[in-house]
Write a protein that binds this ligand. Structure first.
Ligand SMILES: O=c1ccn([C@@H]2O[C@H](COP(=O)(O)OP(=O)(O)O[C@H]3O[C@H](CO)[C@@H](O)[C@H](O)[C@H]3O)[C@@H](O)[C@H]2O)c(=O)[nH]1
Length: 160
C-alpha cells in the first residue's frame, strides 16, 4: 500500500453499505481532496471524470483508494454516461468544469461543459430523486486578479 503524499494519514476504505456520492471532476485537485473528505466521513465516493489518470487521487487518498473506487470515465455533456455513473448514488458533488482561459479559447465548449454540464447534473439528480446537489462557484466571481482578498466591490465585477 502506498500512503498519500506529505505523510498525510490514510483515509479508511468505504464499507460495502456506505452511502454513495458521485463526484464529477474527481480526478482534479479539488476533486481528489473531496474524495478524501468523503472517505473520512464514511461515504463511498464514485468518480466521474474525463480523465482515467488516478495519480493525483493516489497522492491525496492513497493508492488503495485510488484503485478500488468506482471510476467512470466520461463526458459531463453526455447525459447517458452521467446517468450511468449516478445510478445508486444519493447525491452529486459537481466539480467538473472549465476555467476562464479554456472558456476564452473555446467559448462553445466552455458553455457546453459549464452550463449544459451543470444542467445535466440537475436533471439527473431530479430523475434519480437524489437528496441534493452540491456544486462549486469560481474564484473568478471575486473579480479582477491582483487583489489580496475578495471584497464586495470586486464581486460586483466578476471575471467569469
Ligand atoms: O469537461 C470536463 C472538464 C473538466 N473535467 C475534470 O474536472 C477536473 C478539474 O480539476 P482541476 O483542473 O484540477 O481543477 P480544480 O479541481 O477546480 O482545481 C483548482 O485548483 C487547482 C489548485 O489550485 C488549480 O490547479 C486548478 O486550476 C483549479 O481549477 C479535472 O479532473 C478534469 O478532467 C471533466 O471531467 N470534464
Amino acid at each position: 500500500m502506498s500512503t498519500p503524499m506529505h505523510d498525510l494519514d490514510v483515509p479508511p476504505l468505504p464499507s460495502s453499505d456506505a452511502p454513495k456520492v458521485l463526484v464529477t471532476g474527481a480526478a482534479g485537485f479539488i476533486g481528489a481532496w473531496t474524495l478524501r473528505a468523503l472517505l473520512f466521513e464514511g461515504y463511498c465516493p464514485v468518480v466521474f471524470d474525463l480523465k482515467e489518470d488516478r495519480r493525483l487521487v493516489a497522492d491525496i487518498c492513497g493508492s488503495d483508494a485510488a484503485n478500488m473506487l468506482h471510476w467512470h470515465t466520461g463526458d459531463i455533456r453526455n447525459m447517458d454516461q452521467l446517468q450511468a455513473a449516478a445510478m445508486g448514488t444519493e447525491r452529486i458533488i459537481h466539480l467538473a468544469g472549465m476555467l476562464t482561459p479554456g472558456c476564452r479559447a473555446n467559448p462553445r465548449l466552455g458553455a457546453e461543459v459549464n452550463l449544459i454540464g451543470l444542467l445535466n447534473v440537475f436533471a439527473i439528480a431530479q430523475t434519480l430523486h437524489q437528496k441534493g446537489v452540491l456544486y462549486m462557484s469560481s474564484a473568478g466571481v471575486y473579480g479582477p486578479s491582483g487583489a489580496q482578498y475578495p471584497s464586495l466591490q470586486r464581486c460586483m465585477v466578476p471575471l467569469s
